[in-house]
Ligand binder design. Structure first.
Ligand SMILES: *Cc1c(COP(=O)(O)O)cnc(C)c1O
Length: 396
């Protein structure tokens, strides 16, 4: 196994930190936290007011499935952090992914997607879009030439950097430039790095999606999603899918994400540090054959990252019994999802039973002996002790 490269600092700018802590400029009654506008509808004083708004002559809130002030605060915050013009909030990361893809494709079109993408994004392409005549071609995202070669004639390229489970990265700069040249819309899932550690628009990517359920909200207490990008593409989403698919983020969920984001910079620093501490300890362990984490494996998109999320995977050799390893963990819990305060594991062989993951593994190969670990906010040394002890206890 290669030596671990020096850990980068925590590269969160003062400007970003200030945005996160005080995301709202003018709140009613000078409230310090954004109020939850828990309303479905907004009233008009007079017929003329309603008619003017409907005719597009003046702008204001009408109905929460369209726009809501609490959700709008979060949409504006994520747009500023990603360095783009606009954003939209959705009921889940998957609703955001669907809304970012559907407006731009129609029957007969081809999508290019990276292999080992998030399991339910894979199922969206395979189970929904395919039914409507949109085909998806999967390309190894670490092979930049292969991705670029697949672009001519495609409508949309779907990236995730790093990818789920394999944690390999893509050269966004090369792919983004080639996609623009070919008129192909580029979309990336940026949930892992968050805009603190990676801003895809800076590298020429068009649309950025977030599973806000993970790091942005950060407390394992909500499901939410976001799409951010240039105004003309967000307008297309608004016009061609947003109102009709209906997967709108609720005001309360937006409030939870806004609340979580006020400490995003502190949490990300800890997730990153814990992920690197665990990765180093695991790469020095005799039973570990591979650590799947961008800091531990060279891939073309690593240079796009200025920091690391705490989610990664490691492969155990045959000397370790994986169910026993899993059950021997005391601090690290067993569960899906990631991005919350608690550390979590999922072994790949258990995830084979999940239909979404099974489809991805069947298609792209099951990483035998692999365990996905979401490093939470506990003490790094406690996590290392827990994981190394569990490996010892599970030796055959
Ligand atoms: C969880 C996840 C999603 C989906 O988010 P939901 O809010 O659960 O719909 C998308 N992408 C990645 C990488 C994820 O881990």
């Amino acid at each position: 196994m290669k030596d671990h490269p020096p850990a980068p600092g925590i590269p969160v700018s003062d400007r970003m930190t200030a945005e996160l802590i005080a995301p709202h400029a003018a709140m009613p009654h000078d409230a310090s936290s954004v109020p939850i506008f828990q309303t479905s509808s907004f009233l008009f004083d007079r017929y003329e007011d309603m008619a003017a708004v409907f005719a597009g002559e003046s702008e204001r809130y009408i109905y929460t499935r369209g726009n809501n002030p609490t959700v709008a605060e979060l949409e504006n915050l994520i747009a500023r952090m990603e360095g783009v013009e606009a954003a939209r909030g959705f009921a889940s990361g998957m609703a955001a992914i669907a809304a970012a893809v559907i407006p731009f494709v129609q029957a007969g079109d081809r999508v290019v997607a990276v292999e080992n993408l998030y399991s339910d994004a894979f199922r969206l392409f395979e189970c929904v879009l395919k039914k409507f005549g949109v085909t998806t071609e999967y390309v190894d995202g670490t092979d930049t030439e292969a991705v670029v070669a697949a672009l001519p004639g495609a409508k949309l390229v779907y990236l995730e950097s790093p990818t789920s489970w394999s944690f390999t990265t893509q050269d966004m700069r090369a792919i983004g430039a080639a996609a623009r040249e070919q008129g192909v819309i580029s979309v990336i899932d940026n949930s892992w790095a968050t805009p603190l550690f990676q801003r895809p628009a800076d590298f020429g990517i068009d649309l950025i999606v977030h599973a806000a359920s993970k790091y942005l909200a950060g407390h394992s207490d909500t499901i939410a999603g976001l799409v951010a990008g240039p105004k003309h593409l967000i307008d297309r989403i608004n016009h061609d899918s947003y109102h009709y698919l209906g997967g709108k983020m609720s005001p309360f969920d937006a409030w939870l994400v806004l609340r979580g984001m006020r400490t995003l910079h502190l949490r990300m620093a800890r997730h990153m540090q814990n992920g690197l501490t665990l990765g180093r300890a695991l790469s020095a362990n005799a039973s570990v054959t591979r650590v799947r984490h961008p800091a531990f494996e060279a891939n073309p998109g690593n240079a796009c990252l200025s920091g690391y999320g705490g989610l990664f995977a490691f492969d155990l050799d045959e000397s370790v019994d994986i169910p026993r390893f899993t059950n021997a963990l005391k601090v690290v819990k067993i569960g899906v999802s990631w991005g919350g305060p608690e550390s979590l594991v999922i072994p790949a062989e258990a995830a084979l039973g999940l239909s979404g993951a099974a489809n991805v593994f069947q298609r792209f190969g099951t990483p035998a002996g692999s365990v996905r670990l979401a490093a939470g906010l506990e003490c790094g040394e406690t996590l290392v002790d827990d994981v190394l002890n569990a490996i010892e206890e599970a030796r055959k």
